[in-house]
Write a protein that binds this ligand. Structure first.
Ligand code: SPV
Ligand code: MG
Length: 291
């Protein structure tokens, strides 16, 4: 049981809002921790992108789980694992929760899409949802499977993403709360916060809401806090996008310049990578143990 499991719950139970940033590998997870976020989002989108794949259930549970375990090994922040649909039905969800909890996650987000899923923010994506009853079974299975009651089961409804409207989104969220979810993640791909603000103001449930404001960046932390019902705000894919921006710029500069003479000044020195790799520890241990 990871000692950080309680951390996120303590933040929102005391009226706060946890700020959680996506990561796609242990190195980005270390940077998330050093930057000062409250938790790490083990994003399916980011990991798929890092594998050069679309986020459409191509990456297996074992691959995502192993990546998440490696993040947990190198960081101390709570990790919210994005387990998509739970990789199948309620039986798959039981196995998924057992595996992610044992590997060091502090929470899972399970979404009410049909397996295989299609990424949420893509234009014209096929967005099929499972029935409310089926998803309630999956949430109940997740709760049954967790060992630590502080391990969070976050139910994500894609009703707005699927164009089903606010009434169905609220109905689904209520049903998932009744099934025992600790929080509701409501996702939207509208370009402004209106759709989410309307959902939040009409939410009568007792559990807090999680949002991922990628599509509507006008939703600042201050604005989200003012809604009073947001327990966790997840920045969904900014680590992998920052990595792509950084690499594209530097790689293009090296091609342009015909060498590394200028690019070298714009990137971190190799010593910074040694620091992130904990090379000092290796050196100390060499002195102590190598004979
Ligand atoms: C992810 O980061 O994998 C998410 C958020 O699920 S989104 O890609 O916006 O659906
Ligand atoms: Mg995802």
């Amino acid at each position: 049981m990871r000692k950080t499991n309680k951390n996120l719950r303590e933040i929102f139970a005391n009226g706060g809002m946890a700020k959680v940033m996506a990561a796609h590998d242990p190195l980005s997870a270390i940077l998330v921790e050093e930057a000062g976020f409250d938790g790490i989002w083990a994003s399916g989108f980011e990991y798929s992108a890092a594998m050069g794949l679309a986020d459409v259930s191509l990456v297996s549970m074992a691959e995502h789980l192993n990546n998440m375990r490696n993040m947990a090994h190198r960081t101390s922040l709570p990790i919210i694992a994005d387990v998509d649909t739970g990789y199948g039905n309620a039986i798959n969800v039981i196995f998924t929760v057992e595996q992610y909890e044992a590997a060091g996650a502090s929470a899972v987000v399970i979404e009410d899409k049909m397996f295989p899923k299609v990424t949420s923010l893509v234009e014209g994506g096929r967005q099929d949802l499972v029935s409310i009853a089926e998803f309630q079974g999956k949430i109940e299975a997740a709760i049954h499977a967790r060992k630590d009651p502080d391990f969070l089961i976050i139910a994500r409804t894609e009703a707005l993403i699927a164009g089903r409207g606010e009434v169905e989104a609220l109905e689904r969220a209520q049903a998932y709360e009744a099934a025992g979810a600790d929080l509701i993640l409501i996702h939207s791909k509208q370009k402004t916060p209106d759709e989410i603000e309307s959902f939040v103001s009409n939410w009568r449930g007792a559990i807090p809401i999680v949002i991922v404001p990628t599509a509507y960046p006008q939703m600042t932390e201050a604005r989200a806090k003012s809604l009073k019902k947001i327990g966790i705000l997840i920045y969904g894919n900014h680590a992998v996008r920052a990595a792509v921006t950084g690499m594209q710029n530097v790689l293009a500069q090296i091609i342009r310049d015909g060498g590394i003479q200028n690019a070298n000044e714009t990137i971190v020195p190799v010593s910074e990578i040694f620091r992130l790799q904990n090379m000092d520890r290796v050196k100390k241990n060499e002195k102590r143990f190598l004979r």
